[in-house]
Design a protein around this ligand. Structure first.
Ligand SMILES: Cc1cc2nc3c(=O)[nH]c(=O)nc-3n(C[C@H](O)[C@H](O)[C@H](O)COP(=O)(O)OP(=O)(O)OC[C@H]3O[C@@H](n4cnc5c(N)ncnc54)[C@H](O)[C@@H]3O)c2cc1C
Length: 410
């Protein structure tokens, strides 16, 4: 049996590994249009901050693939898929048949239609090539503007600080990280990032990027102008669905899959940032990993393995500022209870539903993240301790592990 996997990001590479490990009779062909061995995209932040070199980026050496019998094709774009003939067409004109196909084509950075967004000096950050370009540009610039105060925008801005630039983050929403934080948490985070040297324009968008042959400044909605020799656009991603769409597969914002990661075409699976399950696309590694595991299991015939929706968890990678946001943090429907703690740049919030934690923000205190994750995963009824959850001295881990829990003295 031959399995072709399109895309060597975390979803494609994980599935290739699992298939090769489980069934050595399968020929696994893993191809990517990027020229690089698999690298975890979060490490791009370290690359931008000059903490790692491009050579240090790959997760596994070339032998890793050979030892598992995985045929790796880099710089090898798949141009077309023909489901009825079970064939793919590579960029070099070569064709190859498959028994099973997995689409792990991920996503690309989205650039909103702002005038001047195509000027030299405007960047996005998704690939290793982008990371290198950003790094080089940062050596030569004095002012940078980052459009987008989401996780990636903040991570990238903080990494750019290492180059000694003056950096302004422009966020059109009324606060930072609107999906991961509430208003109070966002204010605490903003103050901490300002203390590190970042500047912010919040609640106002950029209407134009200007320059004479190269970016020089950006114009805000109010007409205010900010100097910028480089602009980083961090406005979200769009799934790479073109291949699937052209092949006639059902697509919404992503390639539509069921709980087996099966697309609308027989023997074609999809996982990771490109896949849309019940209308949801998380665009994060835990979802890509969970989906890749299911797709791999299905491909080797373990038909009982199904995908269950994950509780999303995201972390900010700014060193010294530990922020984790898990699950539902801004419930807009009735029936939720919130427990908050705020002191000296530390902000914690747990969102409870029927006594169980369904979401949490932990800003500035990483120690409790594991316990909270366990409490959510196990569905522990924390209602007898709701008021104590974030009191200094309260042992969240004991609660998660079902050990005797001592109430702190108030
Ligand atoms: C800087 C950065 C930091 C991040 N940090 C975090 C984090 O801390 N936590 C987290 O959970 N998530 C993070 N993410 C998001 C995370 O990286 C993605 O969710 C993850 O990479 C998705 O993996 P994937 O395998 O689905 O797709 P991708 O990683 O996008 O890989 C898809 C691959 O397929 C290739 N491809 C596309 N079309 C074709 C084709 N036709 N032929 C051949 N190859 C093709 C692409 O070029 C790409 O190499 C971060 C992303 C970035 C950019």
């Amino acid at each position: 049996m031959r399995v072709i996997i399109v895309g060597n990001g975390v979803a494609g590479t994980t599935a290739a590994r699992l298939i090769a490990e489980r069934d050595q009779g399968v020929e696994v062909v893993l191809c990517s249009d990027e020229p690089y061995l698999y690298y975890p995209r979060p490490r791009l932040i370290d690359l931008v901050g000059c903490q790692v070199s491009p050579e240090q980026m790959p997760q596994f050496p070339p032998e890793w693939y050979a030892q598992r019998g995985i045929t790796l094709r880099l710089n090898c774009r798949v141009e077309a898929v023909y489901p009825e003939a079970r064939r793919v067409l590579f960029q070099n004109g070569e064709e190859m048949t498959y028994d099973r196909l997995m689409l792990a084509t991920g996503a690309r950075a989205w650039v909103p239609p702002i005038s001047g967004a195509d000027l030299p000096g405007v960047y996005t950050l998704r690939t290793l090539a982008d990371g290198l370009a950003l790094c080089q540009a940062a050596h030569q610039a004095k002012h940078a503007v980052v459009l987008g105060g989401g996780l990636l925008g903040l991570d990238a801005s903080s990494a750019l600080l290492a180059h000694g630039l003056e950096i302004t983050v422009v966020e059109v929403m009324p606060r930072l990280l609107p999906r991961q934080l509430d208003a109070e948490g966002a204010a605490v985070l903003q103050a901490r990032l300002e203390a590190r040297g970042l500047r912010f324009v919040i609640g106002e968008g950029c209407v134009a990027i200007e320059g004479d042959g190269r970016v020089r400044q950006i114009v805000l909605q109010s007409g205010r102008v900010l100097p910028a020799e480089m602009v980083v656009i961090s406005a979200g991603v769009r799934a790479n669905t073109a291949l699937a769409q052209a092949a006639g597969l059902a697509c919404g914002r992503g390639v539509v899959v069921d709980d087996r990661m099966q697309t609308s075409a027989p023997d074609i699976y999809a996982a990771g940032d490109v896949a849309e399950f019940r209308g949801v696309m998380w665009g994060i590694i835990p979802a890509a990993l969970a989906q890749a595991r299911v797709a791999a299991a299905q491909i080797v015939g373990e038909s009982e393995v199904r995908y269950e929706e994950i509780v999303p968890s995201t972390t900010l990678k700014v060193s010294g500022i530990d922020l984790t946001s898990i699950g539902e943090v801004n419930p807009e429907r009735p029936g939720f209870e919130e427990v908050c703690f705020s002191q000296d740049g530390v902000y914690k919030k747990a969102v409870l539903r029927e006594g169980r934690i369904v979401g949490a923000i932990i800003l500035g205190d990483r120690a409790e993240v594991r316990a909270i994750n366990q409490l959510i995963a196990k569905g522990v009824d924390v209602s007898p301790y709701a008021e104590d959850l974030f009191r200094p001295g309260f042992d969240l881990m004991a609660l998660a592990q079902g050990s005797a829990v001592l109430r702190p003295r108030v």
